[in-house]
Design a binder for this molecule. Sequence first.
Ligand code: GCU
Length: 608
Amino acid sequence: MKKAHLFYTVFLLVTTSLFAQEPLLVNTYNRNTTSLSGAWNNIIDPYENGFYNYRYEPFENQENPGNGAFFMNAKAQNPQDLVEYDFDKMDTLQVPGDWNTQKKELLYYEGTLWYKKSFDYKKSENDNRVFIYFGASNYETDVYLNGKKLGKHIGGFTPFNFEVTHLLREKGNFLVVKVDNKRKKEGVPTLNTDWWNYGGITRDVKIVETPKVFIQDYFIQLDPKDNKKIICKIKLNGDQKSSKKIRVTIPELHINSEFIANEEGCIDQEISAQNIQFWSPAIPFLYDVQISVDNETLTDQIGFRTIRTKGSDILLNNTSLFLKGISIHEESPMRGGRGHSKEDALQLLTWAQELGCNYVRLAHYPHNEHMVRLADKMGILVWEENPVYWTIDWGNQDTYANAQNQLSEVITRDKNRASVIIWSMANETPTSTARNTFLNKLATFTREKDPTRLISAALEQSNYNGNPLIRTISDPFASQVDILSFNQYIGWYDGPVEKCQTIQWQIDVDKPVLISEFGAGAKYGHTGNRDQRWTEDYQEYLYQETLKMIDPIEQLAGFSPWILIDFKSPRRVLPEIQDGWNRKGLLSEKGEKKKAYYVLQEYYLHKK
Ligand code: GCU
């Protein structure tokens, strides 16, 4: 192995260990859990005074952190004691939930905020194990239980958990969480994004209790190469996990199989099955699947389908389909702020389905798990995206390790969801050698981790052989992806709407083409003539002309216009029109349908 490659491999091992969390618990929704949702005390700490001493040394690196460290949840024991904080007298924030939309003074806050939750906990079985699971927390999260550091997680949109079996008390536990949402050049995403930097514990927090040896992870999906075979990979966690008997039952397929775990507590089997009802948008059939070990049974609802490309076709269960999509940011309709609940997910996906969509692009980061579990049930295909967005610090190995870790965590969480068909590596990233290397590595990693799904990214487009009237995709990463996707804004950022009538698209690659974004801004209720920017009429006209322009693209396999609903962005400040909102939604932030909504709905209604 060449020296440089060896160095890189060692370096990656070291840096990924920075981001390697404890093994992720999958399917917490069907485990023995206790919710920690609700009111958590909080301290706003822009100077990180609760983390560093006055010499800017982390308290947690000191033998005795003393009363200055917020994670000690200190209380004055006698009149002489100096304690300059008291969580229990502080205000509270709701968890899950971003802080920005809970308090006016936090709307633009970017910095550290501490949360504290006190709780009692008695295990149901004495030798069970206990974990604390976070659905997500944006962006850098340090977690402490009863004054002891559990660990750190970097990344704002993927789950993580820590084992607390030996730290937990029956009475008087205090969980202290430091969340820092400062944007960083080396972050993923980096400094510049076109969405609100919602900080905080933005998704569910749960106590998960498991047997001593438990089912940590599993992958149960149809074999892409043989739709009469079900891949069955299961991983146990615990000391005596080897040679354990693992039973897999799928009653409606008359499957009731028992396997013996290997030395590492794993099985990797294929189960034959006849007359499988394949999952599809038309018939989103989910099978009840049970996995049992000793006295633990973990259930899930899993759809079986295959997805692949053939030339410019996307084949779902070997049938070509057109992806009638829409892009969606994870914002709670009506309530505002980061979406996190089943109700938020149901509202967003119902609006997408009413629009005529069979597909959604969850931009630009992994959304909460309710979205993909509901998409499974509703029969909506899903593009999930890693927040490798715009000008990432491509040469920074830690940045790569962070991007890979976040991608790994969402694949671990969602790899059993039939609705998820595309893993997107990135969005609108400027081409360079460093960027191509970064994305190629991510694609290779993704294919190794999940060879059953398709890979894409919003690629760069340009003039065809220098001709400004013919557009094409000229992006080195196009050779690595299964689906060619790109964002185009002719008529908004690129000339008047009439320009759509002069442009042709020439894409000389025999792969499916998915236009991942097009759109225009319009303030709901602001109407006028169609040449007047920001009117609903302009947006409607752009949709009409764009659909005419792209319909003839022979490899066109679908698109996901930008975007279902207006969303908050600090970049959008035009008074009386934007006021902190990106107005490209087909719906206003109150769910009011703009004229362009009906153009797209009509197109999807008649699109085969
Ligand atoms: C870009 C980007 C989006 C952004 C949109 C816009 O294509 O991908 O994140 O919001 O354009 O400018 O509205």
